[in-house]
Design a protein around this ligand. Structure first.
Ligand code: PLP
Length: 449
């Protein structure tokens, strides 16, 4: 009889994968999840220290979220969201408005992160068209950005791995040379710099600010670029310059929202608010595909007029406002409401980061260990003194990933950056275990260098 993974490979084209790699590493068919653990069909246990692609927030099969979805399931599974609504979606907005940065109060639902990026780009463009800024037709984004995989989202992204082949199809986006704190061209350090690198943004705004609708930004953490972290001051400066040039800030908090950076939203660190914020991933605790573009009354009002004016936002997704997803999202906010989850996560974040720093102190190939909230990343380089990276053809990160899987830890890397982005409920025993496995696997793979 065929195994589950053989049956899988007969039909399934997995995301973001060279399928030929599966000859050597067949798909791991997961049967069951509990907390931070996953169990495959052969009974092997894996620690999900990447939160199943950064979305699982409060553990797999969290009893309270499970209960909320089950209850909703017997009442209503889905209903059209144009002209109709549902209680769970309404409750969700009422809850979210209390934790969002001030001013964000109008909610436009989609069903995945990329779609919310696209809808907010359209929203910003249409806003400017309708308030008379008809010359504003372009978007800005940072170098090394990642905002998703659909065509407009890819256009504002800047990771060659995902965009290169599609370049002929992509929009012409204005690129800001963004912060690069590990290899800072100004020789500064992210903990105490004045964001000298912001002069690059100033130059770009001076040239293109007038024709720009919005700048799209992953606040504080450029995840896909290798968990690159930059200081909140950058966002403050961005807010100022955007006000000056009447450019919207479109905050992609898809990965950073829901406590991942230590505060509820990454923008909270900067004490300023964006004009549109995209939420997904942690939004449903990693249970259901849902996203929201949240915006201001001012943007909303630019669309509010008699039907005949043609000013409506004619954007929709079939599953907008899905009650099951909203039920999960409500349960997540209920669980986080008293602040204890985040408080604990922040205490553990210090422990985790110290653990890694001690374990890898003076390591021959560790260029930088950086952290924000519970997210930690180890950038492996050929030479820490010069920060020279390894040749990507050796795929050391991938080798480390494969070894760690054998030891029951999911360490899916970004190139040669090994990262940890665990559910907020991770405990110290698990952290110890994961750090030891990472250490063994990194040493074992790099012993051959
Ligand atoms: C995951 C992610 C997206 C895309 O979300 P999808 O649901 O995968 O389309 C966009 N931006 C950031 C920062 C992300 O991490």
């Amino acid at each position: 009889m065929k195994s589950w993974s053989e049956r899988d490979l007969e039909y399934i084209w997995h995301p973001c994968s060279q399928m030929k790699d599966y000859e050597d590493l067949p798909p791991i068919v997961v049967d069951r999840g509990e907390g931070i653990f996953l169990y495959d069909v052969d009974g092997n246990r894996y620690i999900d220290v990447i939160s199943s692609w950064w979305c699982n927030l409060l553990g797999h099969c969290n009893p309270r979220i499970n209960e909320a979805i089950k209850k909703q399931l017997d009442e209503l599974e889905h209903v059209i969201f144009a002209n109709f609504s549902n209680k769970r979606a309404i409750e969700l907005c009422e809850k979210l408005v209390k934790v969002l940065p001030k001013g964000l109060c109008k909610f436009n639902f989609s069903d995945n992160g990329s779609s919310s990026i696209e809808s907010s780009m359209k929203m910003s463009f249409q806003y400017h068209q309708q308030v008379g800024n008809t010359h504003k037709k372009r978007f800005m984004a940072l170098s090394d950005a990642y905002h998703g995989e659909t065509i407009a989202a890819l256009s504002i992204g800047d990771c060659d791995l995902y965009t290169k082949i599609y370049k002929p199809l992509l929009m012409d986006v204005v690129r800001i040379q963004g912060p690069d704190c590990y290899r800072c061209p100004y020789g500064k350090c992210r903990d105490n710099c004045s964001c000298e690198c912001f002069e690059q943004a100033e130059k770009t705004f001076a040239q293109y600010g007038d024709e720009t609708c919005a700048v799209v930004v992953e606040p504080l953490l450029q995840g896909s670029a290798g968990m690159k972290i930059y200081p909140p001051l950058y966002l403050k400066k961005l807010r100022e310059i955007c006000d000056k040039y009447k450019v919207h800030i479109l905050a992609d908090e898809i990965a950073t929202g829901y406590g991942r950076t230590g505060k509820f939203f990454a923008f909270d660190h900067a004490g300023v608010a964006p004009d549109i914020m995209c939420l997904s991933k942690g939004l449903t605790g990693g249970y259901m595909p849902m996203s929201i573009a949240v915006t201001t009354q001012e943007i909303y009002d630019a669309f509010y007029a008699d039907y005949s004016t043609g000013k409506a936002f004619m954007h929709s997704h079939t599953y907008s406002g899905n009650p099951l997803a909203c039920a999960a999202a409500n349960a997540v906010l209920d669980i986080m409401a008293d602040g204890s989850v985040l408080k604990n996560a922040n205490i553990n974040a210090i422990y985790f980061n110290n653990l890694l720093k001690e374990k890898f102190a003076g390591h021959k190939y560790v260029g930088e260990i950086r952290s924000i909230g519970l997210i930690n990343a180890i950038e492996l380089v050929k030479n820490p003194a010069t920060k020279e990276p390894f040749d990507s053809k050796f795929r050391y990160g991938y080798q480390i990933y494969k070894q760690a899987l054998k030891k029951g830890v999911i360490l899916r890397p970004l190139g040669d950056v090994i990262y940890f982005n665990p559910p907020l409920i991770i405990d110290r025993d698990t952290m110890n275990f994961v750090v030891n496995v990472a250490y063994e696997c990194i040493n074992s793979v790099l012993a051959g260098v």
